[in-house]
Design a protein around this ligand. Structure first.
Ligand code: HEM
Length: 420
């Protein structure tokens, strides 16, 4: 799309002072470490008749709290459910939550409908496609953000860097300028507040939808070689993708694409900086970066649990999950299963990678943005490793603590470095 075209204005909240970030933080909670309890339950059995969320917070889930929840722990049980899309489906699992926040996204689809749309998105986000965005889209965002604090000698790598770069990459992808970025960030994050029963969740969903509706018309009138031009004009089986699905994808791209990658990069930085000498080792041998990224995703991936709906009563590791149950698939437990990973609680970038982690889930709904996430994380880390010399945690500020029972990240990473 030509940059000369005027984009529509995204309308701010009717209360512009509403603090979406504080509300989001309050809704996800600050549970420090869910892993000991997860492991205790896994040792007792793979399948428990309990809601994952209720293990960590008394605050009810406004959207799916009423359903009959079961939670599944351990690698084999989680993998079985993710792979078995006949018995464990997405529509009934996500229609009340992500379906409300994003609309008709592929996360809420099953079977042939899912395959039809997924095929197109997958093609648009193949490794050979997204790797080209590293220079054109991703690197300029990193340079701009680093440029703001590189001369200071200190920073909060979450507030100043990780919390912004994946969102800004999406803005660059969609040609959204700096003048609109702040409102986009707020609304992108606020979309999931419907789960906490806050009206700003629906307001964000509606306002982003109104924006993207006009946006799509503009892209179609003046297409170029970017992602949305491709998606809005491509034909599948002789038909264009419906606007409803494209708008839902854009809402999801803003939120899921931004939020997860920021969290994963923050966790990686925390791990590298907290273990003495580890950051320096990666700095000296960049070939370690890929395995460091995979280990951070395994060890404490941003999404600790996802949902499936049990369509037909099914035996999982000897326990029957009844038809009609909401199944909480604990990816965090799968990724720390001692049957699959030696010494699983240890963050070890040198471990042999023989078992694929489930941080991006698995089966037909395996994260379609995983290649982009990896490119972004590589570039974000590369920019820090190249430019912030003698980087270390600030000894005068609290060390970073990864928190959250469902979406994990530290709130702050206070660091010092030699000013450039
Ligand atoms: C480290 C970063 C990321 C993590 C950990 C992550 C995690 C996940 C997980 C666990 C799922 C499966 C959800 C389920 O069906 O239960 C998923 C699906 C998805 N992700 Fe990601 N994601 C990341 C980055 C991204 C990015 C950058 C994008 C944007 C392009 C993206 C877009 C999607 C989409 C569209 C789906 C739905 C796929 C489908 O249902 O077929 N994700 N992601």
């Amino acid at each position: 799309m030509s940059d000369t075209l005027e984009l529509p204005r995204l309308e701010d909240f009717s209360d512009p002072a509403f603090d979406a970030f504080a509300a989001e933080r309050a809704s996800r909670g600050d549970y420090p470490d869910p892993y000991p309890l997860i492991e205790q339950l896994r040792q007792q059995g793979a399948v428990h008749h309990v809601q994952y969320r209720s293990l960590f917070t008394d605050r009810p889930d406004a959207q799916v709290g009423h359903m009959d929840h079961w939670t599944v722990f351990g690698y084999d049980a989680c993998n079985q459910i993710l792979m078995d899309h006949e018995n464990f489906t997405n529509w009934e699992a996500f229609q009340h939550n992500l379906g409300v926040s994003f609309g008709r996204t592929i996360t809420c689809m099953d079977g042939a409908e899912h395959a039809r749309f997924r095929k197109v998105l997958q093609k648009a986000l193949l490794p050979n496609v997204v790797s080209k965005w590293g220079d054109s889209l991703v690197a300029p965002v990193m340079d701009k953000l680093l440029g703001k604090f590189i001369g200071q000698g200190h920073a909060d790598l979450v507030e100043d860097y990780t919390h912004h770069f994946p969102f800004q990459i999406v803005y660059a992808m969609l040609h959204i300028g700096d003048d609109q970025a702040a409102v986009f960030h707020k609304l992108a994050v606020a979309q999931l507040l419907s789960a906490a029963g806050l009206p700003q969740g629906a307001e964000a969903t509606r306002k982003l939808g109104d924006f993207f509706k006009v946006y799509l018309q503009k892209v179609r009138a003046n297409p170029s070689d970017d992602l949305m031009s491709y998606l809005s004009t491509v034909e599948v089986d002789g038909e264009r993708l419906e606007d409803e699905v494209l708008i839902a994808f854009m809402r999801q791209l803003l939120n899921a694409g931004g939020d997860t990658t920021y969290r994963a990069t923050s966790v990686l930085l925390t791990c590298l900086l907290k273990e003495p000498g580890l950051y320096q080792q990666v700095q000296e041998d960049r070939s370690l970066l890929g395995s460091a990224i995979e280990e951070a995703l395994r060890w404490d991936g941003p999404v600790t649990s996802t949902f499936r709906f049990c369509k037909n009563a099914t035996s999982v590791q000897g326990t029957i999950i009844p038809a009609g149950a909401m199944v909480n698939v604990c990816l965090g437990s799968a990724n720390r299963d001692p049957g699959k990973y030696e010494n699983p609680d240890r963050f070890d970038i040198f471990r042999k990678r023989t078992v694929r982690h489930l941080a991006f889930a698995g089966g037909p709904h395996l994260c379609v943005g995983q290649h982009l996430a990896r490119v972004e994380m590589h570039r974000a880390m590369g920019a820090i490793l190249d430019n912030l010399h003698n980087l270390r945690l600030d000894p005068d500020r609290p060390a970073p603590v990864i928190i959250g029972h469902l979406l994990r990240a530290p709130d702050h990473i206070h660091v010092k470095f030699d000013p450039a």
